[in-house]
Design a protein around this ligand. Structure first.
Ligand code: NAD
Length: 343
């Protein structure tokens, strides 16, 4: 049997456990997996592009466990009543290839993206960071805010979205949680006075959500919305003038902010910073940029974390997903008594 977590059980588990403890739990698993980064099978995700968006498969393996995520990104979806990003994911044993765990991953992607933002910001942002600007207050935004509170103690937010209803929703959702939120009047207004800036907008365009004049010395930019060819958020000069950190260069060169720069522009891999093999932030005035596109190992970590947490509980159910006859060579036995065959 394959352990299975559907949306309702994921929702129940998150409600019972708490979003911040889960994000920090995933950060712990990310740290374990980033520490053995060279051991993983890594490939840029397989993307099927269309006029409306992209559908992607994100596989990886550490030699013992294999994982993949199915995920879409369709920026115009909310206008039609659908979400921009939905996902599901699976774990399997490498030794016999059998799936062990299947899970909804739309909620889990928001949690793992927040956890990855925290992982990077703890390594790269100024330790005295107090104010987070959030540009784009859609699906990811509340999870980002909670992650930054759990991981960096940040409670002061400056939020901006071109959609006033999304901004209303964000403020309505996070103010009761104890955040102090400034409703900004523009991206520039949101960024003014911020120590960390998360951009999480969705638009299939080379957007300029942040322009050079908005950037102050010492800022940490957590750019997570530009994650496809032709879909970026920052003016190229910002990227050029920042110290850039990435997940998996082969994928980020295609999908990240650095797609705007020369193919050999300087970058540092985040795992090397975490392993002490490369420098992170080197001065209080440096502008650091985490050019995040989302990488398969992060989903591997998130799936592992949920699987470990829910296995043997009533949040996980059994799914009869793999045809497994008593005689492994007699698959036919499962259908040999079918009336249609005997008739
Ligand atoms: P969403 O559609 O729910 O929210 C995006 C928000 O951005 C919307 O509210 C929209 O009004 C706003 N927006 C669009 N253009 C804007 C602009 N110019 N200025 C200000 N706001 C603007 O999408 P989401 O699920 O929150 O995802 C946000 C982005 O993050 C998407 O592009 C998605 O592909 C990406 N993403 C990246 C990762 C990662 O790991 N890096 C993970 C998940 C999602």
């Amino acid at each position: 049997m394959v352990n299975y977590v559907d949306v309702n059980n994921m929702r129940r588990w998150i409600s019972d456990t708490g979003i911040e403890p889960i994000i920090m739990g995933i950060v712990g698993y990310l740290e374990q997996d980033y520490a053995k980064w060279p051991q993983f099978d890594k490939t840029p995700r397989v993307a099927a592009h269309s006029a409306e968006g992209v559908i992607e498969l994100m596989p990886t393996s550490d030699g013992e466990t294999y994982a993949f995520k199915y995920v879409n990104g369709h920026p115009s979806n909310p206008g039609n009543g659908f979400q921009t990003v939905t996902a599901l994911g699976m774990l399997a044993r490498v030794d016999n290839g059998y799936p062990t765990f299947l899970s909804e991953m739309t909620l889990l992607t928001a949690l793992r993206t927040a956890a990855t933002s925290v992982l990077a910001a703890r390594a790269l942002a100024r330790p005295d960071s107090k104010v987070l600007a959030l540009i784009g207050t859609g699906t990811q935004s509340e999870f980002q805010a909670l992650g930054f509170r759990a991981g960096l103690g940040i409670t002061r937010l400056r939020a901006w979205d071109t959609d006033p209803a999304a901004l209303d929703k964000f403020i309505r959702n996070v103010e009761p949680l104890g955040f102090e939120v400034v409703r900004a009047t523009s991206a520039a207004d949101a960024v003014a006075g911020a120590d960390i800036v998360t951009t999480c907008t969705a638009d299939k365009a080379n957007a300029k959500i942040l322009t050079t004049g908005m950037i102050e010395p010492g800022m940490h930019l957590n750019a997570i919305g530009g994650d496809c060819p032709g879909k970026t958020e920052l003016e190229a000069d910002i990227v050029r003038n920042s110290t850039v950190f990435v997940e998996f260069p082969e994928q980020t060169r295609i999908e990240g902010e650095i797609q705007q720069l020369e193919a050999d522009s300087p970058i540092t891999e985040l795992w090397e910073v975490l392993a002490g093999r490369a420098a992170g932030r080197t001065s209080v005035d440096e502008v650091t940029l985490f050019d995040s596109v989302g990488f398969a190992i992060e989903d591997f970590s998130a799936l592992r974390y949920v699987f470990d947490a829910v296995r043997g509980t009533d949040y996980a159910t059994d799914l009869d997903l793999i045809a497994d006859p008593a005689d492994p060579k007699d698959l036919f036995s499962l259908v040999s008594r079918a009336p249609a065959l005997l008739a």
